[in-house]
Design a protein around this ligand. Sequence first.
Ligand SMILES: [Zn+2]
Length: 492
Amino acid sequence: MARFEIPDGWTAQAYTFALDPTPTQIRAFRSHAGGARKAHNTMLAAVKAVMNQRQAERTYGLDEDELTPALGWSLPALRKQWNARKHEVAPWWAENSKEAYNSGLDALARGLDAWSKSRKGTRAGKTIGFPRFKTAKSRRSVRFTTGTIRVETDRHHVTLPRLGRIHTCESTRKLARRIEAGTARILSATLSEDSAGRWHVAFQVLVHRAVAVPGHVGEGESVVGVDVGVKADSLIVATPDGRELDRVPAPKSLTAAQARLRVLQRRAARQRGPYDPSTKTKRRPSKRWVRQQRRIGRTHAHAAAVRRDVVHKHTTALAQRHRVIVVETLNASGMRSAGGSRKKGLNLALADAALAQIRRMLDYKTRWYGSTLVEAGRYFPSSKLCSGCGRRKSNLTLADRTYVCDHCGLTIDRDHNAAINLARLGETHRTGATGTGTGSSPAATVSGGDGRGATRESATTPVVNAAGEEASTRHQQLLGESGTVSSEGEAA
Ligand SMILES: [Zn+2]
């Protein structure tokens, strides 16, 4: 599939706004999303039918050129086929923008392409299954790529093709200002409904951004390590010399939302759910249960929004204040700590999700502000190393909130200790860079790839720790198999 090339000096970015549509507009949104689903499912069924037909014909011993011609899988081919069928399968098609059907077909074309590449082994990552039919429960969404897509000058409305002016819950000023200044261009808009039943529009925008704005002049420490607490609700920032710069606890509103979630979930557990434990079969859930699930969804959405807001503020501050920011790497395989128990699986999944979000934001923000994001190697035991003497503690469990070194007797908060170790890793990174004479080149180590902040780091840079005399070779082993600071595991 042809890929759109982003011109130099521009970056692609999304601006999402929560919408406040009228009931009529909601009906129109649903109709459009339904149209996308119809086009997707109709053409998926057609593609499958032809595949099965060809398969059957092969078993009769027909030659390849005698088979029923295959259906094209490209978007234009699917669109052509859809246009030939739509009068029959969707006589109401004219009610919606053609973009509705197009987005369903586009999703199908991408899905088929991914599946076939995955099957041939030309696609990296997990094995991709054959596209599935979208059901009434699938997330509703439509993508608009042509027509009138606009952010209104009043900063409280957006305009989409066929749907017209839609009121937004929040001000669109950030995007509107950029568009007025000519430093942003809207490429497309995706309208979607979240699990809480709220509609959002996400504008995919090309933004002209002066890269490497020197935000960190004089202020702040140049190298910091950032540890995400095991409870996934706190951020601890420390310097290589062991000072704790910042500790961000979970916001009160988030704790409240989580408490509410627990109550709701307990209540839902007592209601008639879709699974009958006595017969171990599926059943029709009660209306109360369904309503309860919707409430849970809304609370989840609220908690996520609160957390996102907090994380945005802190990652911006980090990227603006410090030159090098070191974070743990994601734990793709689900084993954050060898000493951790399976029971903590959910908490760890949450911690990983929180870390993924922080890392994602830091990745692009460090590029905006000219700082560097370094990821510790996957096997770097940031929480197990003693920040005092550099020894490694093997019997540290997730329950241990305080790190007590058996060797030097250091007693320190677990997350603070981890943050210091991470910061020291960044120190190496920086001295390594100056050693080669490049100075602190902004975002120099953030390579392109999939844009997820892969870092290049010399494997030979010795790690100097507080004890000083600790041999670098020791740490080379600790740095992980390759001894490099690298990014792995795209779990996000
Ligand atoms: Zn120690």
